[in-house]
Design a binder for this molecule. Sequence first.
Ligand code: F0G
Length: 462
Amino acid sequence: MPHRVSDFRTIIEPFRIKSVEPLRLSTPEERAARLEEAGLNLFGLHSTDVLIDLLTDSGTGAMSSEQWAALQRGDESYAGSPSYFRFEAAVKHLFDFKHLIPTHQGRAAEKILFSVVGGPGKVVPSNTLFDTTRANVEASGATGVDLLYPEGRQPSVPHPFKGNLDVEALERLLSEHGRTRVPLVLVTVTNNSGGGQPVSLENLRAVRAVCDRHRVPLFLDACRFAENAWFIRQREPGQAHREVVDIVRDMAAVADGMTMSAKKDGMANIGGWLALDDDAWALQCRNLLILTEGFPTYGGLAGRDLDAIAQGLTEVVQHDYLRYRVRSTEYLGDALQKLGVPIVLPTGGHAVYLDARGLLPHVDPLQYPGQALAVALYREGGVRSCEIGTVMFGLQPDGTERPAAMDLVRLAIPRRTYTQSHMDYVVEVVERVAAKARHLRGLRIVEQPSTLRHFSARFADV
Ligand code: F0G
């Protein structure tokens, strides 16, 4: 009997390559010099000095030939462009909220939303707020509170839905603060800062029930909604035979609105949106949109970008794509685990997260083990990763510093961009760094801005 491709052991990329982008192989001396110039901050590197760029999966994916064709179809009319209506139809096919507001990327949607619903004294609970989301909540004067399910905070403890929100903690928070202080609950799917871990439908529905009791709206930060839905299909009882599109619709059905970065599961290089049911909030949001992003049928995007997203949304929910996507990330995670490198388990959807505190137990969290590890990976083999730990989250609004819940290094996999041999190379680089882990030293910050310091801080060895 002929086998299905998905039965084979080898993960094949369900696409072939039509256009290639050369990679430049640098020398160790060059990398050391570039690190010094960048103040040991990998955001400061020129990307041409990076061999394998796992800094982010955001906007860095490869578009399909159909997406490139869609760019050509893009209509650049200021108002009422057909590109907008194709975008609207594609979004509403999955997320049928009453109002749809395109933005140039996710954080623009966050900025608009929290300018309207946030403000001093307000509290925004979440499983975990992503860094820009937290910054936008705080910029409005509100406070963000992460209520992650306890298993989600333990890197080595596997659990199928480590992104779940702690429903009892939410109940307590809402009983204490009530709907006057809590404008909405935001659930991040998948939970990026907590290891790319999914949230179950059961948990979303339980959160919804608590929100209903307290009459507080529930929003999704839906950046990686398709990966989340794939995990639900794989791991949640009774979901295995369902279409991902239907699971996504179920996720949308529990919510009153969403923020979205189309740079992730929109499969585009730029774009995002805010969608919501509430008429009064939508009116205020659209007014802000016009002030900062643009007219409501383009929201800071070119018509061609809207078309690329519309096409991307049809591709991201395809099972062959998602099977490859999640299994190829797992392939990297499995290989690192075999080497004994501590990682967040199970492997996330868009990234493998190295547990830097586990690998460098001799480095104090306030000497940034994650940053030290990320720098070492670049120095060793030109692999760029991203610290998600005390550098990103340790600086408190009052200027003091405390260790983040975890010190992780994220190896984020751009969509449809690197092949299996690239991942084999990354494994080799991590293996070499792990072999000398006990000699790696911590870092100190010599210069930093007051918010979102990870983008521009400069470091030196301690
Ligand atoms: N929410 C989550 C969960 C994200 O991961 C991001 C971006 C955003 C919101 C903001 O979207 O970048 O389009 O403004 N995450 C990227 C990352 C930057 O590398 O994880 P944006």
